[in-house]
Design a protein around this ligand. Sequence first.
Ligand SMILES: [Zn+2]
Length: 117
Amino acid sequence: MKIKKGDSVVIVTGDEKGPAVRKVVSVVDGGRKLVIEGVNRAFKHVRRGHPKSPQGGRLQVERPIDASNVKLHCGGCNSPVRVGYRFTDDGAKERFCKKCGAGAGVISPAKARYAKS
Ligand SMILES: [Zn+2]
């Protein structure tokens, strides 16, 4: 998937859909699922001795949602967009917004083989 940890996303379908821009806390299951801040919260029942709840009890945790339910939020368009990959002039791979064409961050370092000469 094209979504990474720390990205701003919008949930476009599913139980948690809404217009809010949210942050990806972590990517799980090889990119198929995402944990998103404040989304899909559930109670996890823990025994005594748990580091976050020494007495035991119920902890609120965020559960992963399917990555296909979210779209990257583009600051340029101020809307949820689809993401593509392209190479920059110096051969680095970057993601970009398919709507406005703005770059969305380099995801692998420059390689001469992909550089435009
Ligand atoms: Zn855009």
